[in-house]
Design a protein. Structure first.
Length: 645
Protein backbone atom coordinates (compact mmCIF):
# COMPACT_ATOMS: atom_id res chain seq x y z
CA UNK A 1 0.00 0.00 0.00
CA UNK A 2 1.65 3.21 -1.16
CA UNK A 3 2.02 6.28 1.02
CA UNK A 4 -0.04 8.30 -1.45
CA UNK A 5 -2.91 5.82 -1.22
CA UNK A 6 -2.83 5.87 2.60
CA UNK A 7 -2.87 9.67 2.67
CA UNK A 8 -5.78 9.90 0.19
CA UNK A 9 -7.72 7.26 2.13
CA UNK A 10 -7.13 9.18 5.36
CA UNK A 11 -8.49 12.36 3.76
CA UNK A 12 -11.60 10.50 2.56
CA UNK A 13 -12.05 9.09 6.06
CA UNK A 14 -11.82 12.61 7.47
CA UNK A 15 -14.42 13.82 4.95
CA UNK A 16 -16.76 10.97 5.88
CA UNK A 17 -16.37 11.60 9.61
CA UNK A 18 -17.08 15.32 9.19
CA UNK A 19 -20.23 14.62 7.16
CA UNK A 20 -21.40 12.16 9.78
CA UNK A 21 -20.70 14.38 12.79
CA UNK A 22 -22.30 17.45 11.24
CA UNK A 23 -25.74 18.11 12.80
CA UNK A 24 -25.53 14.76 14.59
CA UNK A 25 -28.05 15.62 17.30
CA UNK A 26 -29.93 18.45 15.57
CA UNK A 27 -32.90 16.21 14.85
CA UNK A 28 -35.01 14.50 17.47
CA UNK A 29 -34.83 10.84 18.23
CA UNK A 30 -37.69 9.09 16.47
CA UNK A 31 -39.57 6.00 17.59
CA UNK A 32 -36.99 3.36 16.61
CA UNK A 33 -34.24 5.34 18.28
CA UNK A 34 -36.40 5.71 21.37
CA UNK A 35 -36.64 1.92 21.48
CA UNK A 36 -32.85 1.82 21.18
CA UNK A 37 -32.49 4.18 24.14
CA UNK A 38 -34.84 2.13 26.28
CA UNK A 39 -33.56 -1.33 25.42
CA UNK A 40 -29.85 -0.49 25.57
CA UNK A 41 -30.22 0.71 29.18
CA UNK A 42 -32.01 -2.44 30.38
CA UNK A 43 -30.39 -5.18 32.40
CA UNK A 44 -28.98 -8.02 30.32
CA UNK A 45 -31.87 -10.31 31.32
CA UNK A 46 -34.55 -7.76 30.50
CA UNK A 47 -32.76 -6.82 27.27
CA UNK A 48 -32.72 -10.45 26.16
CA UNK A 49 -36.44 -10.78 26.93
CA UNK A 50 -37.33 -7.65 24.97
CA UNK A 51 -35.25 -8.48 21.92
CA UNK A 52 -36.54 -12.05 21.87
CA UNK A 53 -40.03 -10.56 21.47
CA UNK A 54 -38.91 -7.85 19.06
CA UNK A 55 -37.64 -7.99 15.47
CA UNK A 56 -33.91 -7.46 16.21
CA UNK A 57 -31.38 -9.64 18.04
CA UNK A 58 -29.47 -8.22 21.04
CA UNK A 59 -25.80 -7.59 20.14
CA UNK A 60 -26.12 -3.96 19.02
CA UNK A 61 -28.13 -3.06 22.13
CA UNK A 62 -25.58 -4.76 24.40
CA UNK A 63 -22.71 -2.92 22.75
CA UNK A 64 -24.51 0.41 22.90
CA UNK A 65 -25.44 -0.18 26.53
CA UNK A 66 -21.79 -0.71 27.39
CA UNK A 67 -20.90 2.45 25.46
CA UNK A 68 -23.50 4.52 27.33
CA UNK A 69 -22.25 3.26 30.69
CA UNK A 70 -18.98 5.07 30.01
CA UNK A 71 -20.88 8.37 30.14
CA UNK A 72 -23.85 9.90 31.94
CA UNK A 73 -26.66 9.94 29.38
CA UNK A 74 -29.56 12.30 29.98
CA UNK A 75 -32.22 13.68 27.62
CA UNK A 76 -29.98 16.55 26.54
CA UNK A 77 -27.08 14.43 25.28
CA UNK A 78 -28.40 10.93 24.76
CA UNK A 79 -29.09 11.42 21.04
CA UNK A 80 -25.48 12.45 20.41
CA UNK A 81 -24.03 9.63 22.50
CA UNK A 82 -26.15 6.92 20.89
CA UNK A 83 -25.64 8.14 17.34
CA UNK A 84 -21.89 8.48 17.82
CA UNK A 85 -21.56 4.68 17.90
CA UNK A 86 -23.21 4.52 14.47
CA UNK A 87 -20.85 7.26 13.28
CA UNK A 88 -17.93 5.06 14.32
CA UNK A 89 -19.14 2.05 12.34
CA UNK A 90 -20.11 4.22 9.37
CA UNK A 91 -16.66 5.80 9.36
CA UNK A 92 -14.89 2.43 9.62
CA UNK A 93 -16.75 1.28 6.51
CA UNK A 94 -14.96 3.91 4.41
CA UNK A 95 -11.37 2.58 4.72
CA UNK A 96 -12.61 -1.01 4.75
CA UNK A 97 -14.28 -0.60 1.35
CA UNK A 98 -11.28 1.34 0.07
CA UNK A 99 -8.80 -1.37 1.06
CA UNK A 100 -11.11 -4.08 -0.23
CA UNK A 101 -11.55 -2.46 -3.66
CA UNK A 102 -7.80 -1.90 -3.84
CA UNK A 103 -7.26 -5.60 -3.12
CA UNK A 104 -9.80 -6.58 -5.77
CA UNK A 105 -8.50 -4.15 -8.45
CA UNK A 106 -6.10 -1.28 -7.80
CA UNK A 107 -5.51 1.97 -5.89
CA UNK A 108 -7.83 3.97 -8.13
CA UNK A 109 -10.74 1.60 -7.52
CA UNK A 110 -10.03 1.64 -3.79
CA UNK A 111 -10.13 5.41 -3.51
CA UNK A 112 -13.28 5.68 -5.62
CA UNK A 113 -15.10 3.05 -3.53
CA UNK A 114 -14.05 4.87 -0.35
CA UNK A 115 -15.23 8.16 -1.87
CA UNK A 116 -18.64 6.65 -2.63
CA UNK A 117 -18.97 5.42 0.96
CA UNK A 118 -17.82 8.76 2.37
CA UNK A 119 -20.38 10.95 0.53
CA UNK A 120 -23.31 8.55 0.17
CA UNK A 121 -26.43 10.23 1.65
CA UNK A 122 -27.75 6.79 2.55
CA UNK A 123 -24.61 5.91 4.51
CA UNK A 124 -24.55 9.31 6.20
CA UNK A 125 -28.21 8.89 7.13
CA UNK A 126 -27.73 5.50 8.77
CA UNK A 127 -24.47 6.62 10.37
CA UNK A 128 -26.52 9.31 12.12
CA UNK A 129 -29.22 6.97 13.34
CA UNK A 130 -29.09 5.18 16.67
CA UNK A 131 -29.93 1.82 15.16
CA UNK A 132 -27.94 -1.25 14.21
CA UNK A 133 -27.74 -0.70 10.45
CA UNK A 134 -24.31 1.03 10.32
CA UNK A 135 -22.89 -1.77 12.48
CA UNK A 136 -24.59 -4.40 10.33
CA UNK A 137 -23.22 -2.99 7.06
CA UNK A 138 -19.71 -2.86 8.50
CA UNK A 139 -19.85 -6.44 9.80
CA UNK A 140 -21.22 -7.83 6.53
CA UNK A 141 -18.48 -6.01 4.61
CA UNK A 142 -15.86 -7.33 6.99
CA UNK A 143 -17.19 -10.86 6.49
CA UNK A 144 -16.92 -10.36 2.72
CA UNK A 145 -13.32 -9.21 3.19
CA UNK A 146 -12.47 -12.43 5.06
CA UNK A 147 -14.13 -14.52 2.33
CA UNK A 148 -12.10 -12.77 -0.37
CA UNK A 149 -8.93 -13.24 1.70
CA UNK A 150 -9.73 -16.94 2.15
CA UNK A 151 -9.97 -17.44 -1.60
CA UNK A 152 -6.57 -15.83 -2.03
CA UNK A 153 -5.06 -18.53 0.22
CA UNK A 154 -7.33 -21.49 -0.50
CA UNK A 155 -4.95 -23.03 -3.03
CA UNK A 156 -2.23 -23.53 -0.43
CA UNK A 157 -1.86 -26.83 1.41
CA UNK A 158 0.23 -28.01 4.32
CA UNK A 159 -0.40 -27.27 7.97
CA UNK A 160 2.88 -25.67 8.95
CA UNK A 161 3.52 -23.02 6.38
CA UNK A 162 2.67 -19.39 6.88
CA UNK A 163 -0.12 -19.38 4.28
CA UNK A 164 -1.96 -22.18 6.08
CA UNK A 165 -1.75 -20.38 9.42
CA UNK A 166 -3.07 -17.24 7.77
CA UNK A 167 -5.92 -19.20 6.18
CA UNK A 168 -6.90 -20.62 9.58
CA UNK A 169 -6.83 -17.11 11.03
CA UNK A 170 -9.12 -15.88 8.25
CA UNK A 171 -11.51 -18.76 8.88
CA UNK A 172 -11.69 -17.88 12.57
CA UNK A 173 -12.20 -14.18 11.88
CA UNK A 174 -14.88 -14.94 9.28
CA UNK A 175 -16.74 -17.14 11.76
CA UNK A 176 -16.58 -14.50 14.52
CA UNK A 177 -17.62 -11.71 12.17
CA UNK A 178 -20.47 -13.75 10.70
CA UNK A 179 -21.73 -14.69 14.16
CA UNK A 180 -21.60 -11.05 15.28
CA UNK A 181 -23.55 -10.02 12.17
CA UNK A 182 -26.21 -12.67 12.86
CA UNK A 183 -26.63 -11.37 16.43
CA UNK A 184 -26.94 -7.82 15.02
CA UNK A 185 -29.73 -8.34 12.47
CA UNK A 186 -31.67 -11.38 11.31
CA UNK A 187 -31.19 -10.57 7.62
CA UNK A 188 -27.41 -10.81 7.98
CA UNK A 189 -27.99 -14.50 7.30
CA UNK A 190 -28.97 -13.70 3.72
CA UNK A 191 -25.70 -11.82 3.16
CA UNK A 192 -23.69 -14.69 4.66
CA UNK A 193 -25.57 -17.15 2.45
CA UNK A 194 -24.73 -15.07 -0.64
CA UNK A 195 -21.05 -14.92 0.39
CA UNK A 196 -21.02 -18.68 0.97
CA UNK A 197 -22.49 -19.26 -2.48
CA UNK A 198 -19.85 -16.97 -3.95
CA UNK A 199 -17.10 -18.92 -2.18
CA UNK A 200 -18.57 -22.21 -3.44
CA UNK A 201 -18.81 -20.80 -6.98
CA UNK A 202 -15.10 -19.91 -7.00
CA UNK A 203 -14.13 -23.18 -5.31
CA UNK A 204 -15.94 -25.26 -7.94
CA UNK A 205 -14.49 -23.27 -10.85
CA UNK A 206 -10.92 -22.86 -9.66
CA UNK A 207 -9.91 -24.85 -6.64
CA UNK A 208 -11.36 -28.25 -5.66
CA UNK A 209 -9.07 -28.27 -2.60
CA UNK A 210 -10.81 -30.53 -0.05
CA UNK A 211 -8.94 -28.93 2.85
CA UNK A 212 -10.28 -25.52 1.87
CA UNK A 213 -13.81 -26.92 1.61
CA UNK A 214 -13.57 -28.58 5.01
CA UNK A 215 -12.32 -25.38 6.60
CA UNK A 216 -15.05 -23.21 5.12
CA UNK A 217 -17.78 -25.70 6.10
CA UNK A 218 -16.35 -25.78 9.63
CA UNK A 219 -16.36 -21.97 9.87
CA UNK A 220 -20.01 -21.78 8.81
CA UNK A 221 -20.85 -24.59 11.22
CA UNK A 222 -19.35 -22.50 14.01
CA UNK A 223 -21.64 -19.63 13.01
CA UNK A 224 -24.66 -21.92 13.01
CA UNK A 225 -23.79 -23.56 16.33
CA UNK A 226 -23.09 -20.19 17.92
CA UNK A 227 -26.47 -18.96 16.76
CA UNK A 228 -28.45 -22.00 17.90
CA UNK A 229 -29.30 -20.51 21.35
CA UNK A 230 -31.05 -17.60 19.63
CA UNK A 231 -32.54 -19.52 16.70
CA UNK A 232 -35.81 -20.45 18.50
CA UNK A 233 -36.43 -16.77 19.32
CA UNK A 234 -35.87 -15.81 15.68
CA UNK A 235 -38.20 -18.51 14.33
CA UNK A 236 -40.85 -17.71 16.91
CA UNK A 237 -40.71 -14.04 16.01
CA UNK A 238 -41.12 -14.71 12.30
CA UNK A 239 -44.13 -16.91 13.07
CA UNK A 240 -45.85 -14.52 15.50
CA UNK A 241 -44.83 -11.09 14.25
CA UNK A 242 -47.99 -8.95 14.21
CA UNK A 243 -46.41 -5.66 13.17
CA UNK A 244 -47.78 -5.90 9.61
CA UNK A 245 -50.92 -7.02 7.85
CA UNK A 246 -50.79 -10.36 6.02
CA UNK A 247 -51.07 -10.35 2.27
CA UNK A 248 -48.88 -10.47 -0.81
CA UNK A 249 -45.93 -8.22 -1.58
CA UNK A 250 -45.89 -6.28 -4.86
CA UNK A 251 -42.46 -7.35 -6.20
CA UNK A 252 -42.23 -4.68 -8.92
CA UNK A 253 -42.99 -1.90 -6.47
CA UNK A 254 -40.55 -3.32 -3.92
CA UNK A 255 -37.77 -3.62 -6.51
CA UNK A 256 -38.33 -0.02 -7.59
CA UNK A 257 -38.09 1.17 -3.99
CA UNK A 258 -34.93 -0.89 -3.51
CA UNK A 259 -33.32 0.56 -6.65
CA UNK A 260 -34.24 4.10 -5.55
CA UNK A 261 -32.77 3.46 -2.12
CA UNK A 262 -29.45 2.15 -3.45
CA UNK A 263 -28.93 4.83 -6.07
CA UNK A 264 -30.16 8.09 -4.54
CA UNK A 265 -31.17 7.19 -1.00
CA UNK A 266 -34.93 7.62 -1.39
CA UNK A 267 -37.06 7.99 0.63
CA UNK A 268 -34.63 9.04 3.35
CA UNK A 269 -33.11 11.93 1.38
CA UNK A 270 -35.00 12.14 -1.94
CA UNK A 271 -38.61 12.35 -3.00
CA UNK A 272 -39.76 9.27 -4.85
CA UNK A 273 -40.63 11.18 -8.05
CA UNK A 274 -37.17 12.77 -8.15
CA UNK A 275 -35.56 9.37 -7.59
CA UNK A 276 -37.52 7.91 -10.49
CA UNK A 277 -36.20 10.62 -12.81
CA UNK A 278 -32.61 9.84 -11.82
CA UNK A 279 -32.99 6.06 -11.93
CA UNK A 280 -32.45 5.64 -15.72
CA UNK A 281 -29.15 7.50 -15.47
CA UNK A 282 -27.95 5.20 -12.72
CA UNK A 283 -29.17 2.18 -14.68
CA UNK A 284 -27.05 3.20 -17.66
CA UNK A 285 -24.07 3.90 -15.39
CA UNK A 286 -24.39 0.48 -13.74
CA UNK A 287 -24.47 -1.17 -17.16
CA UNK A 288 -21.26 0.63 -18.16
CA UNK A 289 -19.54 -0.30 -14.89
CA UNK A 290 -20.49 -3.96 -15.32
CA UNK A 291 -19.28 -4.06 -18.93
CA UNK A 292 -15.97 -2.46 -17.98
CA UNK A 293 -15.41 -4.85 -15.06
CA UNK A 294 -16.33 -7.89 -17.14
CA UNK A 295 -13.64 -6.93 -19.67
CA UNK A 296 -10.87 -6.27 -17.14
CA UNK A 297 -8.14 -8.92 -17.08
CA UNK A 298 -6.47 -9.56 -13.73
CA UNK A 299 -4.79 -12.30 -11.79
CA UNK A 300 -7.97 -13.31 -9.98
CA UNK A 301 -9.97 -13.66 -13.19
CA UNK A 302 -13.59 -12.64 -12.73
CA UNK A 303 -13.69 -13.18 -8.97
CA UNK A 304 -14.34 -9.49 -8.15
CA UNK A 305 -17.28 -9.29 -10.56
CA UNK A 306 -18.65 -12.59 -9.26
CA UNK A 307 -18.42 -11.27 -5.70
CA UNK A 308 -20.32 -8.12 -6.63
CA UNK A 309 -23.07 -10.01 -8.45
CA UNK A 310 -23.56 -12.58 -5.67
CA UNK A 311 -23.53 -9.93 -2.97
CA UNK A 312 -25.59 -7.33 -4.81
CA UNK A 313 -28.34 -9.56 -6.23
CA UNK A 314 -28.83 -12.61 -4.03
CA UNK A 315 -29.69 -11.06 -0.62
CA UNK A 316 -32.42 -8.81 -2.11
CA UNK A 317 -33.80 -11.84 -3.96
CA UNK A 318 -33.90 -13.88 -0.75
CA UNK A 319 -35.51 -11.06 1.23
CA UNK A 320 -38.14 -10.34 -1.42
CA UNK A 321 -38.94 -14.04 -1.63
CA UNK A 322 -39.39 -14.17 2.15
CA UNK A 323 -41.52 -11.02 2.13
CA UNK A 324 -43.74 -12.16 -0.73
CA UNK A 325 -46.12 -14.06 1.56
CA UNK A 326 -45.28 -12.01 4.68
CA UNK A 327 -45.15 -8.47 3.27
CA UNK A 328 -43.16 -6.78 6.03
CA UNK A 329 -40.69 -5.00 3.77
CA UNK A 330 -38.62 -1.85 3.96
CA UNK A 331 -35.80 -0.90 1.55
CA UNK A 332 -33.42 -0.57 4.51
CA UNK A 333 -33.54 -4.36 4.88
CA UNK A 334 -31.45 -4.50 1.69
CA UNK A 335 -28.61 -2.40 3.12
CA UNK A 336 -26.64 -5.62 3.56
CA UNK A 337 -25.99 -5.45 -0.21
CA UNK A 338 -25.13 -1.76 -0.44
CA UNK A 339 -21.34 -2.24 -0.09
CA UNK A 340 -21.40 -4.32 -3.28
CA UNK A 341 -22.93 -1.29 -5.02
CA UNK A 342 -20.05 0.87 -3.77
CA UNK A 343 -17.54 -1.72 -5.02
CA UNK A 344 -19.28 -1.78 -8.41
CA UNK A 345 -19.01 1.99 -8.68
CA UNK A 346 -15.39 2.08 -7.54
CA UNK A 347 -14.18 -0.81 -9.68
CA UNK A 348 -16.28 0.08 -12.71
CA UNK A 349 -15.32 3.77 -12.70
CA UNK A 350 -11.63 2.87 -12.35
CA UNK A 351 -11.93 0.45 -15.27
CA UNK A 352 -13.58 3.12 -17.42
CA UNK A 353 -10.85 5.57 -16.48
CA UNK A 354 -8.12 3.16 -17.61
CA UNK A 355 -9.55 1.77 -20.85
CA UNK A 356 -6.14 0.65 -22.12
CA UNK A 357 -6.57 -2.42 -19.92
CA UNK A 358 -9.57 -3.70 -21.83
CA UNK A 359 -10.03 -1.69 -25.05
CA UNK A 360 -6.86 -2.84 -26.82
CA UNK A 361 -8.86 -3.93 -29.86
CA UNK A 362 -10.34 -0.47 -30.42
CA UNK A 363 -8.59 2.48 -32.06
CA UNK A 364 -6.61 4.68 -29.69
CA UNK A 365 -8.73 7.73 -30.55
CA UNK A 366 -11.86 5.96 -29.15
CA UNK A 367 -10.35 5.31 -25.75
CA UNK A 368 -10.93 8.84 -24.37
CA UNK A 369 -14.65 8.13 -24.74
CA UNK A 370 -14.39 5.66 -21.88
CA UNK A 371 -12.80 8.32 -19.68
CA UNK A 372 -15.56 10.75 -20.57
CA UNK A 373 -18.10 8.13 -19.49
CA UNK A 374 -16.17 7.57 -16.26
CA UNK A 375 -16.25 11.28 -15.47
CA UNK A 376 -19.92 11.52 -16.43
CA UNK A 377 -21.03 8.66 -14.19
CA UNK A 378 -19.01 10.03 -11.27
CA UNK A 379 -20.50 13.49 -11.81
CA UNK A 380 -23.97 11.94 -11.69
CA UNK A 381 -23.08 10.18 -8.44
CA UNK A 382 -21.46 13.23 -6.84
CA UNK A 383 -24.22 15.64 -7.83
CA UNK A 384 -26.92 13.30 -6.60
CA UNK A 385 -25.08 12.75 -3.32
CA UNK A 386 -24.69 16.51 -2.81
CA UNK A 387 -28.41 17.05 -3.41
CA UNK A 388 -29.30 14.19 -1.09
CA UNK A 389 -27.06 15.50 1.69
CA UNK A 390 -28.54 18.98 1.27
CA UNK A 391 -32.05 17.52 1.53
CA UNK A 392 -31.11 15.60 4.65
CA UNK A 393 -29.63 18.70 6.26
CA UNK A 394 -32.10 21.39 5.22
CA UNK A 395 -35.38 20.02 3.83
CA UNK A 396 -38.03 19.51 6.56
CA UNK A 397 -39.71 16.90 4.37
CA UNK A 398 -36.88 14.52 5.30
CA UNK A 399 -36.84 15.28 9.02
CA UNK A 400 -37.33 12.62 11.66
CA UNK A 401 -40.51 12.66 13.74
CA UNK A 402 -40.27 15.72 16.01
CA UNK A 403 -40.78 14.01 19.36
CA UNK A 404 -38.27 16.20 21.19
CA UNK A 405 -39.82 19.43 19.93
CA UNK A 406 -43.42 18.31 20.54
CA UNK A 407 -42.63 17.08 24.06
CA UNK A 408 -40.81 20.33 24.86
CA UNK A 409 -43.79 22.36 23.60
CA UNK A 410 -46.20 20.29 25.70
CA UNK A 411 -43.99 20.62 28.77
CA UNK A 412 -43.72 24.39 28.35
CA UNK A 413 -47.48 24.97 27.86
CA UNK A 414 -48.87 22.18 30.02
CA UNK A 415 -51.04 23.00 33.01
CA UNK A 416 -50.51 21.01 36.23
CA UNK A 417 -53.78 19.09 35.83
CA UNK A 418 -52.98 17.79 32.33
CA UNK A 419 -51.71 14.36 31.25
CA UNK A 420 -50.18 12.97 28.07
CA UNK A 421 -51.84 10.24 26.01
CA UNK A 422 -49.88 8.28 23.40
CA UNK A 423 -51.67 6.86 20.38
CA UNK A 424 -49.96 4.52 19.51
CA UNK A 425 -49.20 3.18 22.95
CA UNK A 426 -46.07 1.38 21.79
CA UNK A 427 -44.42 4.79 21.15
CA UNK A 428 -43.73 5.20 24.87
CA UNK A 429 -39.96 4.47 24.66
CA UNK A 430 -39.18 7.71 22.80
CA UNK A 431 -41.50 9.72 25.07
CA UNK A 432 -39.86 8.27 28.16
CA UNK A 433 -36.41 9.03 26.76
CA UNK A 434 -37.17 12.75 26.88
CA UNK A 435 -39.41 12.67 29.97
CA UNK A 436 -38.35 9.63 32.04
CA UNK A 437 -41.12 8.41 34.37
CA UNK A 438 -38.61 8.21 37.23
CA UNK A 439 -37.40 11.79 36.71
CA UNK A 440 -37.60 14.05 39.78
CA UNK A 441 -40.25 16.79 39.97
CA UNK A 442 -41.02 19.00 38.12
CA UNK A 443 -39.95 16.83 35.16
CA UNK A 444 -42.63 14.21 35.71
CA UNK A 445 -45.60 14.14 33.35
CA UNK A 446 -48.26 11.43 33.74
CA UNK A 447 -48.58 9.55 30.48
CA UNK A 448 -50.96 6.85 29.30
CA UNK A 449 -50.87 4.48 26.33
CA UNK A 450 -53.65 3.51 23.97
CA UNK A 451 -53.60 0.68 23.17
CA UNK A 452 -51.45 -0.56 26.05
CA UNK A 453 -48.86 -2.49 23.99
CA UNK A 454 -45.05 -2.65 24.01
CA UNK A 455 -44.56 -3.55 20.33
CA UNK A 456 -46.72 -2.63 17.36
CA UNK A 457 -49.53 -5.12 16.83
CA UNK A 458 -51.81 -4.38 13.89
CA UNK A 459 -54.50 -6.63 15.35
CA UNK A 460 -54.87 -4.22 18.29
CA UNK A 461 -57.10 -1.81 16.39
CA UNK A 462 -59.06 0.63 18.51
CA UNK A 463 -62.84 0.54 18.39
CA UNK A 464 -65.39 2.91 19.90
CA UNK A 465 -65.97 0.95 23.12
CA UNK A 466 -62.32 0.28 23.96
CA UNK A 467 -61.31 3.87 23.30
CA UNK A 468 -64.14 5.36 25.36
CA UNK A 469 -63.44 2.99 28.25
CA UNK A 470 -59.75 3.89 28.28
CA UNK A 471 -60.37 7.64 28.02
CA UNK A 472 -62.87 7.58 30.88
CA UNK A 473 -60.53 5.56 33.07
CA UNK A 474 -57.20 7.24 32.28
CA UNK A 475 -58.41 10.86 32.21
CA UNK A 476 -60.84 10.76 35.13
CA UNK A 477 -58.58 12.84 37.40
CA UNK A 478 -57.36 15.37 34.85
CA UNK A 479 -58.58 18.63 33.43
CA UNK A 480 -56.77 18.32 30.12
CA UNK A 481 -54.84 15.99 27.87
CA UNK A 482 -52.03 16.27 25.31
CA UNK A 483 -52.60 13.72 22.60
CA UNK A 484 -49.51 12.40 20.74
CA UNK A 485 -50.43 10.71 17.45
CA UNK A 486 -47.84 8.44 15.84
CA UNK A 487 -48.71 5.38 13.71
CA UNK A 488 -52.27 6.14 14.75
CA UNK A 489 -53.29 5.30 11.20
CA UNK A 490 -52.40 1.70 12.10
CA UNK A 491 -53.85 1.32 15.61
CA UNK A 492 -56.64 3.88 15.22
CA UNK A 493 -57.45 3.92 11.49
CA UNK A 494 -61.04 4.91 12.25
CA UNK A 495 -59.79 7.96 14.21
CA UNK A 496 -61.94 6.98 17.16
CA UNK A 497 -59.83 8.76 19.80
CA UNK A 498 -59.78 12.13 18.03
CA UNK A 499 -63.49 11.77 17.23
CA UNK A 500 -64.41 11.19 20.87
CA UNK A 501 -62.14 13.89 22.28
CA UNK A 502 -63.29 16.28 19.57
CA UNK A 503 -66.92 15.69 20.51
CA UNK A 504 -66.70 15.56 24.31
CA UNK A 505 -63.78 17.91 25.05
CA UNK A 506 -62.59 21.32 23.83
CA UNK A 507 -59.63 21.36 21.47
CA UNK A 508 -57.06 24.14 21.74
CA UNK A 509 -54.72 25.24 18.92
CA UNK A 510 -51.26 23.64 18.71
CA UNK A 511 -48.55 24.30 16.06
CA UNK A 512 -47.71 21.48 13.65
CA UNK A 513 -44.72 19.18 14.18
CA UNK A 514 -42.88 17.13 11.57
CA UNK A 515 -44.36 13.66 11.08
CA UNK A 516 -46.01 13.66 14.49
CA UNK A 517 -49.48 14.72 15.52
CA UNK A 518 -49.90 16.76 18.70
CA UNK A 519 -53.30 17.89 19.94
CA UNK A 520 -54.35 19.64 23.13
CA UNK A 521 -57.77 19.24 24.75
CA UNK A 522 -59.34 20.71 27.87
CA UNK A 523 -61.77 18.34 29.52
CA UNK A 524 -65.06 19.42 31.10
CA UNK A 525 -65.62 18.56 34.76
CA UNK A 526 -68.15 15.94 33.73
CA UNK A 527 -66.06 14.51 30.89
CA UNK A 528 -67.39 11.13 29.81
CA UNK A 529 -67.18 9.42 26.45
CA UNK A 530 -70.17 7.08 25.99
CA UNK A 531 -69.09 3.47 25.52
CA UNK A 532 -71.90 2.97 23.02
CA UNK A 533 -72.05 5.28 20.01
CA UNK A 534 -74.81 7.92 20.19
CA UNK A 535 -76.93 6.56 17.35
CA UNK A 536 -80.32 8.17 16.79
CA UNK A 537 -81.48 6.16 13.77
CA UNK A 538 -81.54 2.38 13.37
CA UNK A 539 -79.25 0.54 10.98
CA UNK A 540 -79.31 -2.87 9.36
CA UNK A 541 -77.24 -5.99 8.63
CA UNK A 542 -75.60 -6.71 5.28
CA UNK A 543 -75.07 -10.37 4.56
CA UNK A 544 -73.17 -12.46 7.10
CA UNK A 545 -71.02 -10.27 9.30
CA UNK A 546 -71.32 -6.57 8.31
CA UNK A 547 -73.67 -4.51 10.45
CA UNK A 548 -74.60 -0.87 10.24
CA UNK A 549 -75.22 -0.38 13.98
CA UNK A 550 -76.95 2.94 13.48
CA UNK A 551 -76.83 6.47 12.13
CA UNK A 552 -76.51 9.92 13.68
CA UNK A 553 -77.34 13.08 11.70
CA UNK A 554 -75.15 16.02 12.72
CA UNK A 555 -74.36 19.51 11.53
CA UNK A 556 -72.67 19.27 8.17
CA UNK A 557 -73.20 15.58 7.57
CA UNK A 558 -74.05 12.15 8.85
CA UNK A 559 -72.32 9.62 11.11
CA UNK A 560 -72.50 5.93 10.22
CA UNK A 561 -71.42 3.38 12.84
CA UNK A 562 -70.14 0.09 11.42
CA UNK A 563 -69.42 -3.22 13.12
CA UNK A 564 -68.10 -6.68 12.20
CA UNK A 565 -70.27 -9.33 13.84
CA UNK A 566 -67.88 -12.15 12.94
CA UNK A 567 -64.14 -12.43 12.37
CA UNK A 568 -62.37 -12.65 9.02
CA UNK A 569 -64.73 -10.59 6.89
CA UNK A 570 -64.04 -10.43 3.15
CA UNK A 571 -63.09 -7.15 1.51
CA UNK A 572 -66.46 -5.36 1.39
CA UNK A 573 -67.33 -2.16 -0.43
CA UNK A 574 -70.38 0.06 -0.05
CA UNK A 575 -72.06 2.35 -2.55
CA UNK A 576 -73.61 5.26 -0.64
CA UNK A 577 -75.89 7.92 -2.09
CA UNK A 578 -77.93 10.72 -0.49
CA UNK A 579 -80.53 12.27 -2.77
CA UNK A 580 -83.05 15.04 -2.12
CA UNK A 581 -85.61 16.31 -4.60
CA UNK A 582 -83.67 14.86 -7.51
CA UNK A 583 -80.40 16.45 -6.35
CA UNK A 584 -77.43 14.27 -5.38
CA UNK A 585 -76.13 15.51 -2.01
CA UNK A 586 -73.56 12.76 -1.54
CA UNK A 587 -72.28 9.88 -3.61
CA UNK A 588 -69.40 7.50 -2.94
CA UNK A 589 -68.35 3.95 -3.67
CA UNK A 590 -65.63 2.80 -1.31
CA UNK A 591 -64.79 0.60 1.64
CA UNK A 592 -66.98 1.48 4.65
CA UNK A 593 -64.02 2.99 6.57
CA UNK A 594 -61.94 4.08 3.58
CA UNK A 595 -59.21 2.55 1.48
CA UNK A 596 -56.63 2.08 4.26
CA UNK A 597 -58.93 0.22 6.67
CA UNK A 598 -60.64 -2.61 4.79
CA UNK A 599 -63.13 -4.89 6.50
CA UNK A 600 -60.53 -7.68 6.38
CA UNK A 601 -58.72 -5.76 9.17
CA UNK A 602 -61.72 -5.23 11.45
CA UNK A 603 -61.98 -6.84 14.86
CA UNK A 604 -65.17 -8.69 15.72
CA UNK A 605 -67.45 -6.60 17.92
CA UNK A 606 -65.63 -3.27 17.53
CA UNK A 607 -67.64 -0.30 16.32
CA UNK A 608 -66.08 2.22 13.93
CA UNK A 609 -67.49 5.69 13.13
CA UNK A 610 -67.52 6.94 9.53
CA UNK A 611 -68.31 10.56 8.68
CA UNK A 612 -70.22 11.49 5.53
CA UNK A 613 -69.89 15.23 4.79
CA UNK A 614 -73.03 16.74 3.29
CA UNK A 615 -73.06 20.42 2.32
CA UNK A 616 -76.83 20.83 2.13
CA UNK A 617 -79.36 20.02 4.86
CA UNK A 618 -80.03 16.26 4.49
CA UNK A 619 -83.34 16.39 6.34
CA UNK A 620 -85.96 14.67 4.18
CA UNK A 621 -83.30 13.22 1.87
CA UNK A 622 -83.19 9.55 0.88
CA UNK A 623 -80.15 7.57 1.98
CA UNK A 624 -79.29 4.45 -0.03
CA UNK A 625 -76.52 2.01 0.88
CA UNK A 626 -75.61 -1.06 -1.14
CA UNK A 627 -72.94 -3.46 0.14
CA UNK A 628 -71.04 -6.01 -1.93
CA UNK A 629 -67.85 -8.06 -1.77
CA UNK A 630 -64.98 -6.58 -3.72
CA UNK A 631 -64.65 -9.63 -5.98
CA UNK A 632 -65.66 -9.88 -9.61
CA UNK A 633 -68.99 -11.63 -9.96
CA UNK A 634 -69.80 -11.73 -6.22
CA UNK A 635 -73.51 -11.24 -5.42
CA UNK A 636 -74.55 -8.10 -3.48
CA UNK A 637 -74.79 -8.44 0.31
CA UNK A 638 -77.88 -6.31 0.60
CA UNK A 639 -79.34 -2.85 0.25
CA UNK A 640 -80.57 -0.33 2.80
CA UNK A 641 -82.80 2.68 2.20
CA UNK A 642 -84.02 5.33 4.63
CA UNK A 643 -85.59 8.79 4.57
CA UNK A 644 -83.58 10.99 6.89
CA UNK A 645 -85.67 12.92 9.45
Amino acid sequence: MSRRFRLALLLLLLLGVLLRLQHLDVQSLWYDEGVTARVSQMSVTELARWTANDIQPPLYYLLLGGWLQLFDPWPGNIAYLMRFLSVAFGALLIPLLGIMARKLWDDCAGLLAAFVAAISPLMVYYSQEARMYAMLIFLVTLAAWWVAALLEHSSHSGTRNRAERKRLLYLALYALTGLAAMYTHYFAGFALLALALYWAHVWVRENHNPRALAGFVLANSVILLGYLPWLPAMLRRFQTDSSYWPGLLKPGEALMHAADNFTVGATEVFREEAALRLLPGFGLAAFLWLIALAAVKRRGGQRPLALILHWLLLPPAFILLLAYHAPKFNPRYLLISWPAWALLIGGGSAALWRPERWLQALPVWLRPTARILAVGTLLLLTTTSALGLDNWRNDPNFAKSSWREAIAYMFEHRQPDEAALLVSGHAFPVFDTYLPPDAPPPWQVPRYRLPDIEILDVTQVLGWQESARALNQDLADYGGVWLFLWQDDVVDPAHVVTTQLGRYARELPVPPFAFLGLRHYRLPDDFHAPEQPPVTLPGTTFGDGLELVGLEPAAGGLWLYWQATRPHLPDIKVAIGIEKEGQQLFSSTQRPMGYDFPTTHWNQGDIYPAWLPVDSNPSGATLRIRAYIHTHGAPPLGQFEMTLP
